[in-house]
Design a protein around this ligand. Structure first.
Ligand SMILES: NC(=O)C1=CN([C@@H]2O[C@H](COP(=O)(O)OP(=O)(O)OC[C@H]3O[C@@H](n4cnc5c(N)ncnc54)[C@H](OP(=O)(O)O)[C@@H]3O)[C@@H](O)[C@H]2O)[C@@H](O)CC1
Ligand SMILES: Nc1ncnc2c1ncn2[C@@H]1O[C@H](COP(=O)(O)OP(=O)(O)O)[C@@H](O)[C@H]1O
Ligand SMILES: [K+]
Length: 528
C-alpha cells in the first residue's frame, strides 16, 4: 500500500517537515533537485530516449516559474550543468522577482554565482518562431518547472502562451512534480497543461498523476525520495492510498483442516428475463475468489441456463411475487455476504426485492447495477438505506459506474468526470456506505475517510459483464470475513489484475468469463 496525496495534503506535509522537524525548505528543494537529477541522468544516458535525440549535442532548457516548483527547476539546471550537461534556465513570470518564493531567490542566487545563463520568455518565443519556420528545436530536453502543487487557478496570458508553444516543440519533455496546468488534486487541466513524457515527483505521488485527464499529461511518473516521510503526516494521514502486488498477501489463507463452510456463503440476488449472464458471472467470480458456497436467487425463467453453465451454484428461484419475501428472508439469514442487483431489472418485483434485502440483510451487501438504479429512482428507498446504515450499522457497498453514479446523484456525468473523487466521497458520506466508483482508475471511498485509488486494470475490462465479475469478487472476500473497506479495495485491485492477465493471454477481445478465469492465475502467482 502506498499513499497518494492531494495538493493541500502535500503542502501540509512540506510545512510539517520544515516547521515540526526543522528541515529548512531550501534543504528540501536541494534534495528534490538532487534526487531528480540522479534519476534523470539515468534516463538521459540511455542512447535512444525519444526522437533519437542526441542529448549531449544539444542543451537542456529548464522553464521555471517563480514559486518553489521554479526553485526546483533552477536547482535542477545547476546540478545538470555540474554533471556536464549544458542546461539553461528560462524564467517565466509576469511579476517582479521580489514576488518570488524565498527558496527561488536563494536558488537563483546560487545558480548565477556559478555563472550559468538565465533567459526570459522571449527565448520560448524565438523557439516557437523557429518551429514555424521549420527549424528544429535547439534544445534536446525541455524541463517544466513552472507550477507544481501550488497551481491555484486557470492558466492564462503569458503562461498560457508559453505552455502552448512548448507543447509543439520537438524535444524530450520532462515535468517537475506535476505537469504545469494539471491540478494535483483532481487531475483537471486548468485551461492548458504541459504535455510531459516523464514526470519526476517528490516523496508521494499526487492524485492528479492518476486521475483523468491528468494521467495523459504525465507520461511515466517517477517518485523521488526527498526525505519527507510518513512522520510528516503527524496525526492526519492522506485520505487516499493505492494497493500493490504485495498487498495480495493479505488475502484470506486456505488451511488444511477446513470445509466449504469455512470460506463463506455468498448469496447472489441477480438476473431476470434475458439477463441470466449477470447472475452467472457474479456467482462464478465469487467461487473463483474462494468462497465455499454460492446460492443464486433469481427468476425461475433462468433455471435451465444457469444450471447448465454453472452447476456448482445452488439455485433459489421465484415464480410469483408472493413467495419472494419468505424465500429471501430464509436465504439472507443463510448468507455471509450478498450481491444485489446485476441484471435484476427495474420493474415492480425487482423494486420489492431491493426493499426486502435492504430491510432484512444482516451481512455485508454489495449493491450494483439495477439495484442502484432502483435506489436512484426512489427517494423512499434512499431514505431507507440511510436509516439502516446510520442507525443499524448495516454494511453496504455501492458499485456504480459513472452512469449509475450520475443517476444516483442527479448530477451530469461530465461534471462527475471532472471530480470523481469528491462525488464518490459524497455518496459514501451521505449514505454511510462504501462507494466504488468504477472507471479506468476506480475510486473506493468509505465514510471514515480511508479511500483508495485503484491503479490496476486496462481497457480489456471494458466489456459486458466485467462489473458483474467485480461484485462476485468483492462479495467472496466479504464472505471470507475480510474487513469490508479493505476487501472492497483489494477486490477492485485484483479484478484489475485479472483484467490485465486476461488481456495478456489473448489477441482477441476479453470476455467477462476470461476475467473470472484469470483470478486463479493471479492467486497462483502469489501462493506458489
Ligand atoms: N514547499 C516545499 O517545502 C517544497 C516544495 N517543492 C516544490 O515546490 C512546489 C510547490 O511550490 P509552491 O507552493 O511555491 O507552488 P508552485 O507550484 O511553485 O506555484 C506557486 C507559484 O505559482 C503562482 N501561480 C499559481 N497558479 C498560477 C496560475 N494559474 N497562473 C499564474 N501564476 C500562478 C503563484 O503565484 P500567486 O498565486 O501568488 O499569484 C506562485 O508564484 C512543489 O510542486 C515542488 O515542486 C519541493 O521542492 C519540495 C519542498
Ligand atoms: N479502460 C478501462 N481500464 C480499466 N478498467 C476498466 C476500463 N473500462 C472498464 N473498466 C472496469 O470494468 C468494470 C466495468 O463495470 P460495468 O461498467 O459495471 O460493467 P457491466 O455492467 O457490463 O458488468 C469496472 O470495474 C471498471 O472499472
Ligand atoms: K511542473
Amino acid at each position: 500500500m502506498k499513499y497518494i496525496v492531494s495538493s493541500e495534503e502535500m503542502k501540509r506535509y512540506d510545512k510539517n517537515t520544515t516547521k515540526v522537524y526543522n528541515v529548512p525548505e531550501i534543504v528540501l528543494v536541494e534534495q528534490a533537485a538532487g534526487a531528480m537529477v540522479n534519476e534523470l541522468s539515468n534516463l538521459l544516458s540511455k542512447t535512444n530516449t525519444k526522437l533519437n535525440i542526441e542529448i549531449n549535442k544539444k542543451p537542456i532548457l529548464v522553464v521555471c516559474g517563480i514559486g518553489n516548483n521554479g526553485a526546483d527547476g533552477v536547482a535542477v539546471a545547476r546540478l545538470l550543468n555540474e554533471k556536464g550537461y549544458e542546461a539553461v534556465v528560462c524564467i517565466i513570470t509576469d511579476k517582479q522577482i521580489e514576488n518570488s518564493s524565498e527558496s527561488f531567490r536563494l536558488e537563483l542566487g546560487i545558480y548565477k554565482s556559478y555563472g550559468y545563463k538565465v533567459n526570459d520568455g522571449s527565448l520560448v518565443e524565438s523557439l516557437y518562431s523557429d518551429y514555424q519556420n521549420g527549424i528544429p528545436c535547439k534544445y534536446s530536453v525541455i524541463i517544466d518547472g513552472m507550477f507544481g502543487v501550488g497551481l491555484s487557478r486557470d492558466i492564462e496570458g503569458l503562461y498560457y502562451d508559453v505552455i502552448k508553444r512548448l507543447n509543439v516543440l520537438e524535444a524530450l519533455k520532462i515535468s517537475i512534480d506535476i505537469p504545469s496546468g494539471i491540478s494535483s488534486t483532481t487531475g483537471a487541466v486548468l485551461n492548458i497543461a504541459f504535455k510531459a513524457d516523464y514526470t519526476y515527483t517528490f516523496s508521494f505521488s499526487k492524485l492528479g498523476h492518476f486521475l483523468w485527464p491528468g494521467v495523459d499529461y504525465c507520461g511515466n511518473v517517477i517518485i523521488c525520495d526527498i526525505g519527507i516521510t510518513t512522520k510528516s503526516f503527524l496525526d492526519s494521514p492522506p485520505e487516499f492510498r493505492f494497493l500493490e502486488k504485495k498487498d495480495l498477501e493479505l488475502l484470506p489463507q486456505r488451511t488444511r483442516n477446513t470445509n466449504k463452510g469455512s470460506y463463506g456463503k455468498v448469496l447472489v440476488i441477480a438476473g431476470n428475463r434475458n439477463m441470466a449472464g449477470a447472475a452467472i458471472f457474479s456467482a462464478l467470480a465469487a467461487y473463483k475468489m474462494g468462497c465455499g458456497l454460492v446460492r443464486i436467487f433469481t427468476n425461475e425463467i433462468n433455471r435451465n441456463i444457469i444450471q447448465s453453465v454453472l452447476p456448482e451454484a445452488v439455485l433459489v428461484t421465484y415464480t410469483q411475487t408472493e413467495e419472494i419475501e419468505t424465500l429471501l428472508q430464509k436465504n439472507l439469514s443463510w448468507a455471509d455476504s450478498v450481491v444485489l442487483g446485476p441484471g435484476l431489472g427495474v420493474g415492480e418485483t425487482s423494486k420489492e426485492i431491493v426493499k426486502l434485502v435492504i430491510a432484512n440483510t444482516d451481512c455485508p451487501t454489495v449493491i450494483d447495477a439495477d439495484a442502484l438504479n432502483i435506489i436512484s429512482y426512489n427517494d423512499d428507498i434512499k431514505e431507507m438505506i440511510k436509516e439502516v446504515t446510520i442507525v443499524q450499522n448495516k454494511i453496504f457497498i455501492f458499485t456504480p459506474h459513472l452512469g449509475e453514479l450520475s443517476r444516483l446523484l442527479k448530477v451530469d456525468i461530465n461534471e462527475i468526470k471532472e471530480n470523481i473523487v469528491n462525488f464518490s466521497k459524497k455518496v459514501a458520506d451521505e449514505y454511510r456506505v462504501i462507494c466504488v466508483s468504477k472507471d479506468a482508475h476506480t475510486v473506493v471511498c468509505d465514510s471514515c475517510g480511508i479511500n483508495y485509488l485503484n491503479l490496476s486494470g486496462c481497457e480489456g475490462l471494458a466489456t459486458a459483464g466485467s462489473g458483474d465479475v467485480l461484485t462476485g469478487i468483492i462479495a467472496s472476500l466479504l464472505g471470507q470475513k475480510m474487513d469490508p473497506n479493505f476487501a472492497t479495495a483489494l477486490g477492485v485491485y485484483l479484478h484489475g489484475l485479472a483484467g490485465e492477465c486476461a488481456s495478456r493471454d489473448t489477441t482477441a477481445s476479453v470476455m467477462a468469463r476470461d476475467i473470472a478465469n484469470a483470478i486463479k492465475i493471479i492467486l497462483k502467482e502469489i501462493r506458489y
